[in-house]
Design a protein around this ligand. Structure first.
Ligand code: SAH
Length: 500
């Protein structure tokens, strides 16, 4: 089993940088023991102009059979000979992909500590695989590689025996890929597509194969026209795993179409701050604070305004005290992701009668929002341009008028504590503003006075003595003044000043 990776270069950018990327020195031949035999890495050529790395996997057929037996798949007795006499040691099958994933793991993950700038650069790459088993033939090989941005995908069927051309082609092809690609992208494609073309996965398909597939397929698989075939074959046609993978790919695709929002800084795990072994992400703490505030307000029918991808809706559904949960967002993509997250289509009737998602803009009054106990605006106001904010205030506090309104927003003072956030940057590129505690309170007081609410403040996350908490939450409770719409039933002790 053999494959070569070549690149070209110049004196300034020598081709031998390939050695850094692969973490294998061009001047040495190295051997690695893998579960199926020995993998050799060597460089048939290594100059500034041209450098070729070769991966040769020498499969131990006996070990292969033994491993198969240990796993209880020794095969029928009459297949005994086929266990030893087969193509596995020679053709670039899934075993080569396994070796590739092991021997070139850092390169595949785009890591290069010695030269961190290298992995991000596209190289003039040429990858050659002289004997690639191609179940589905040359046409399928083209269908798999052509959409991946190579300049040339050459696929030549290998004749069965040159002395007997009348026997026709074998089931192998010679594959040459040529083009400007990042090495990690190219390796991740091979890692997935070699076993797909081999289509006789030799190893047990464990549930974590889905994770491996999605990691290796990151950035190219979700949008690939053959992603269904790739997924099914890679997972050895295991229906449940394939469905799981397809769903997750769909989510990835939606996120890409959506403009691929980078995760908000404070939704990520901030390892720099917390000392516990597994710090609780701020997004989780925020949801917990919101749930606690809703419970203590005695809310049963709840609006999640700007629900995004539905994480809070999902958390609300788990608590039966919330009898009606409505997620509203302006983004249809976010709503589609939320619907999948919640598995709305497969939800039982009782559960699905509790939840609804619809599209709407909070900058306009909307009759559908009237009559709820509580509304949550979690990390939403900062996504509106300041001049649009009064429209939202009116739509929520003036027109929809739930008894309780929870508003969370970043506390900009805390940003100096995020080690991953460059000075002066907001936490997410779509944030139109981020407020200090004082700015938020000034806004909240003004809204409360204007629309007849009382307001209290709750810190979310660690309340830093100097800069305050990472998230600030305001809890608004209607005091009944411009009560223009129907009042809702109270399930707990009425709050101070509540409408009679
Ligand atoms: N509430 C979620 C998502 C916050 S991101 C959470 O806490 O994680 C902000 C969300 O507000 C996005 O999903 C965005 O689509 C939505 N949004 C922004 N402007 C909006 C508007 N005018 N009307 C409705 N939703 C809006």
């Amino acid at each position: 089993m053999f494959l070569t990776i070549s690149t070209t270069g110049t004196t300034e950018k020598p081709a031998t940088d390939l050695g850094f990327l692969l973490h294998k020195h061009p001047g040495r031949a190295q051997a690695f023991t893998t579960s199926h035999g020995t993998a050799h890495v060597f460089y048939p050529e290594a100059s500034a102009e041209r450098c070729t790395a070769a991966l040769l996997l020498e499969v131990d057929p006996v070990a292969l059979v033994r491993r198969g037996r240990e796993k209880g798949r020794g095969g029928a007795p009459d297949a005994a000979l086929a266990q030893y006499v087969n193509d596995r040691p020679y053709a670039a099958s899934s075993l080569l992909a396994v070796a590739l994933g092991g021997v070139f793991r850092s390169a595949l993950n785009g890591r290069c500590t010695a030269r961190p700038e290298l992995p991000g650069r596209p190289l003039a790459l040429r990858i050659e695989i002289p004997a690639l088993p191609a179940r589905g033939g040359a046409a399928l090989v083209r269908r798999l590689f052509e959409p991946l941005g190579w300049d040339r995908v050459d696929v030549e069927p290998v004749v069965l025996d040159e002395k007997f051309p009348q026997w026709g082609d074998s089931r192998y092809v010679r594959l040459v890929l040529d083009g400007g690609q990042r090495l990690d992208d190219a390796l991740r494609q091979l890692y997935v597509l070699l076993p797909v073309l081999d289509d006789s996965k030799h190893y047990w398909v464990a549930p974590d194969e889905v994770d491996k597939l999605l990691r290796a397929g990151d950035g190219w698989l979700a949008g690939h026209p053959e992603h269904a075939l790739i997924t099914a074959r890679y997972l050895a046609r295991d229906k449940r795993l394939t469905r799981d993978a397809m769903e997750r790919l769909e989510l990835a695709r939606l996120a890409e179409v959506d403009g691929s929002e980078p995760e908000e800084v404070d939704n990520a795990v901030d390892e720099s701050r917390d000392t516990e072994e597994r710090p609780v992400p701020l997004a989780v703490r925020r949801r917990e604070a919101i749930l606690a505030a809703l419970r203590s307000a005695g809310a049963a029918r709840v609006l999640d305004l700007g629900c995004g991808q539905g994480q809070l809706v999902q958390a609300l559904l788990k608590d039966v005290t919330f009898t009606e949960i409505v997620g509203v967002d302006v983004s249809t993509h976010a709503l589609a992701v939320a619907a999948r997250r919640l598995r709305l289509e497969r939800m039982g009737e009782r559960q699905s009668s509790r939840v609804r998602l619809f599209q709407g803009s909070l900058a306009y009054t909307d009759k559908r929002l009237v009559g709820y106990d509580a509304a949550v605006l979690s990390e939403v106001i900062e996504h509106l341009d300041l001049p649009r904010l009064p429209a939202l205030e009116y739509a929520v506090f003036g027109a929809a008028r739930p008894r309780t309104v929870l508003v969370t927003t970043p506390n900009v003072e805390y940003n100096v504590r995020w080690e991953t956030l460059p000075a002066g940057h907001v936490r997410h590129r779509d944030h139109r503003f981020e407020w200090t505690r004082e700015e938020f309170r000034t806004w909240a007081r003004r809204v409360a006075d204007r629309y007849g609410y009382a307001v209290a403040y709750v810190p979310v996350g660690e309340d830093d003595p100097e800069v305050g908490p990472p998230t600030q939450m305001a809890v608004f409770t209607a005091t009944g003044e411009p009560a223009t719409t129907q009042t809702t039933e109270t399930t707990t002790t009425p709050k101070e000043g509540e409408a009679a």
